[in-house]
Design a protein around this ligand. Structure first.
Ligand code: NAP
Length: 167
C-alpha cells in the first residue's frame, strides 16, 4: 500500500444495519448517489465481486475500480481484479481509498478504516438480507451530520454522517 494512504468505508445503511436484498440496494435515493459520486470521484473504489456484478453499467467512471474475487479466471473492462485485501490496497494510489461494499468487504475492512461515510436511511426494510457491521460507539465518533428530508424523489428521510475513528 502507498505509505499513509487512509481507508474510508462508504455505505447507505437502513435501520438494523440493512444494506441490501437479493444482491441489490434497498432503495433509490438520488441525492445519496450524488453524495457518493462527489466523495469517490477521482479516487480508488474497492468492491467485492457481487457488488461489482450488481452495478448497472459496469466500472464506475472517473474512479479506479478494484474488484476482489477468489476466482483467477475473472476479468472485466475498466477493472483491476485482485485476489486479497493487501493486493487491493497496494493498487490504491490516492488517499482515501473507498471501500464501497458489500457486506463481506465492509466486515473485512472496518477494522482498517479511519473514516466511515454512512447514509443512515430512516426506514426498516423487513426483507433485507445483507447488513453493515455494528458501528461501535467506543471506536467511532460522529464528526459531520447532515439531515436530509423525504421529498417527492426520496421516499425516506436520511442522514449523512461522517464517523472518524477515535484516537
Ligand atoms: N447499501 C450500500 O451502501 C451497499 C453498497 C454495496 C453493496 N451493497 C449490497 O451488498 C450486497 C452484496 O454484498 P455481499 O457481502 O453479498 O458481497 P460483496 O462483498 O459485494 O462480494 C463478496 C465477494 O467478493 C469477493 N471477496 C470478498 N472478500 C474477498 C477477499 N478477501 N479475497 C478475495 N475475494 C474476496 C468474493 O468473490 P468470489 O465469490 O468471486 O470469490 C466474495 O464472494 C448486495 O445486496 C449489494 O446491493 C449495499
Amino acid at each position: 500500500m502507498t505509505p499513509m494512504i487512509s481507508i474510508a468505508l462508504i455505505a447507505a445503511v437502513a435501520e438494523n444495519g440493512a444494506i441490501g436484498r437479493n444482491q441489490q440496494l434497498l432503495c433509490h435515493l438520488p441525492n445519496d448517489l450524488k453524495h457518493f459520486k462527489t466523495l469517490t470521484s477521482g479516487h480508488t473504489v474497492v468492491m467485492g465481486r457481487r457488488t461489482f456484478e450488481s452495478l448497472p453499467n459496469g466500472a464506475l467512471p472517473n474512479r479506479k475500480n478494484i474488484v476482489l474475487t477468489h476466482n483467477h479466471d475473472l476479468a472485466w473492462p475498466g477493472v483491476a481484479v485482485v485476489h486479497n485485501i493487501d493486493e487491493a490496497m497496494a493498487q490504491a494510489d490516492k488517499s482515501p481509498v473507498f471501500i464501497i461494499g458489500g457486506a463481506t468487504l465492509y466486515n473485512e475492512t472496518i477494522g482498517l478504516a479511519d473514516t466511515l461515510y454512512i447514509t443512515h436511511i430512516h426506514h426498516t426494510f423487513a426483507d433485507a438480507d445483507t447488513f453493515f457491521p455494528a458501528i461501535d460507539k467506543t471506536v467511532w465518533i460522529k464528526d459531520e451530520v447532515q439531515e436530509m428530508p423525504a421529498d417527492e424523489r426520496h421516499a425516506y428521510s436520511y442522514t449523512f454522517v461522517t464517523y472518524r475513528r477515535k484516537r
